[in-house]
Design a protein around this ligand. Sequence first.
Ligand code: DAK
Length: 259
Amino acid sequence: MVEYQTISVVVEKPIATVKLSRPDALNALNAKMAHELVVALDSLDADDSVRCVVLTGSDKVFCAGADVKEMAQLSAAEISMADHLRPVWERVWRFRKPIIAALSGYALGGGLELAMCCDIIVASEGTKLGQPEVNIGIIPGGGGTQRLTRAVGKYKAMEMILTGGMMSADEAKAHGLVNRVVPTGRYLEEATKLASEIASKAPLAVRSAKQAIAGSQERGLSEGIELERRLFYELFGSEDRKEGMSAFLEKRKPNFSGR
Ligand code: DAK
């Protein structure tokens, strides 16, 4: 059992909940938290009994961004050499199982970038989302200019990033950045419910579907369709495909094994 200082991990199979926990710094993402997240996600990705992950913070804040106190100490050469946060975006983005961000309070800067590396975003109704980097003389550096633009389109992304202003959860939902807005206090429950529903489906099919959809963000249409086709045929050899189809024909519930 790994002891973490900046996060906590609770596994209630088949769901794991990873919670950001630096309350004195509004869960700001520092090098330690980035490292711990990578270690925790490596282990959860390798654990076949975990089928879906919920990434959350506290009621007050999901994550207020990269740790400005830590960053302020670094020279230009040091920050580019250390590239200390890069592994975390990559790790969340490349996580093979579905990962749901459950937001409340603030999701700002690197915090919103972290949420946008997830697959589904559930937010409490009071959540504020934004990329406020221009307020402190930098730009988003964890994929925000690219992922936010793909999520909400060029014009809204320009407005958010160039003004550094915050968006409400309802506005984020209207722009396709958030899947569900729920009453305060229900975000974690709702995200966990969604995770349980996903975890009840055929695990290999879920994983391939995620890979194909995530692939659409990085490929052109023909190449994406080629990826989908390859994944479809690969999956056809799985035991779960046989079980799923047999169960349907026999009018019973499928019993998926993840093979
Ligand atoms: N970093 C460090 N500490 C933070 C913090 C942050 N991002 N946000 C808040 N805190 C700390 C505050 O300094 C304060 O600490 P004490 O003064 O008590 O010691 C404590 O948390 C409580 O904050 P406030 O007193 O400000 O609380 P309020 O409720 O009044 O305001 C707020 C909440 C979220 C509106 C406000 O704290 C705020 O605006 N925070 C900063 C938000 C922000 O600018 N975030 C973007 C950071 S820049 C990279 C890739 C990506 C990035 C960096 C590098 N590479 C490729 C290398 C990402 C950059 C960012 O995210």
